[in-house]
Design a binder for this molecule. Sequence first.
Ligand code: FAD
Length: 391
Amino acid sequence: MNTSPERVKVVVIGAGQAGLSVAYYLRRFELVAGQDFVMLDRAPGPGGAWQHRWSSLRLGTAHRVNDLPGLADLGLSFDTADRALPAKDVVADYYGRFEEHFDLQVRRPMNVRSVTNEGVDLLVRYEDLSPQPVEELKTRGLFGRRRKTFEAPQTVEAPQLELSTQFLVNATGTWGSPFVPFYPGMGEFAGRHLHTSDFSSAEDFRDQHVVVVGGGTSAIGFMLELEDVAAGLTWVSRRPIDWIDRQELDLEGASAAVAMQDEAARSGRALPSIVSGTGVPKSRRIAAGIERGLLVARPMFDRIEEDRIVWDGEQQGSARADAIIWATGFRPELRHLAPLKLREKAGGVTVGQGAAWSDPRVFLAGYGPQASTIGASRAGRMIARQIMAML
Ligand code: FAD
């Protein structure tokens, strides 16, 4: 039996805005035909990280969501999407149509576990997370009979697969790598800790005392949603909120934030938080929240006790907490790339124009300055051009 892995020109990991944009330009520049190119995604369906976001999140409540390339002719645009519908559904539908229109045939749900250097090629090891048929012995009374059934992947070993590739485009985003800072007493807290990525509905906090941590748009969104539901609400932020007098943040215009990200990526440093470079726009809803005293952040607490957060310094005092929501951001999800040793001592990966400095076969789409829907869409052209030059 021939056990050598399938060999292709380009593997793209991640079918979010960045991965889809790269796929579009690879096809448009006619760099890859169907059999030369594979896209893998861990999630069960289209939508990138958006499909996992909470139902009450709407397009435009945070920032502008930009279109993918190539769909304008079809009259499909986020600008005309229904803002009354959950963003998770709108984006999943839009990405799904994109994949279908350009016949991208994303392989999912496929979780990439590692990428290793195998000389000329890179070896991508991944697992098939789809439910696997298992033989189960079902006994009925005196008679036993075997039948075919399906079980969740955790009870059955997921099939392990391999792909050998000339180029790798990693477009895995950040959703799978939530960041929660450490504070003394975290382990003693008797209530619930959860991160932005665990939030599903404000109703889960009815009549509870909730602490929201973070200075970005997610934290603000949670405060607004919880206002009429929670019994008590405390907002804390490590930095004073940098309010800006604009209704909506156009990430395209947020050039200072993009430059900060680019500089960190080019020098291999850990990426700064986006909101530290953009400031937070005051939409009408937010301005009203500030006005009525809801959106006033207290400084970060010093420690956590069983049922409360405590300030020891100048602030002195405490606030009751049944739940703490850590809206403290994400880190790029790059664990599977560890064998390639791309990470620098400074904490990041050195990346310029989407290309990893230490390995010319590897591209990081959606990383650093590309970490917005506009940046991710642009990443496609930039990366496809570089691959074209090397093919
Ligand atoms: P993602 O959409 O995260 O896609 C990555 C894909 O990679 C996923 O489908 C995932 O399943 C897959 N993947 C990850 N790891 C693996 C693996 N090991 N194996 C296989 N597949 C894997 N930006 C804006 O421009 N406007 C906004 O309004 C806005 N709102 C936001 C709201 C929130 C709450 C958050 C957290 C972010 C928001 N952003 C917004 C940022 C925006 O989501 C991103 O910049 C952009 O959508 C990310 O696209 P992406 O393709 O890089 O990543």
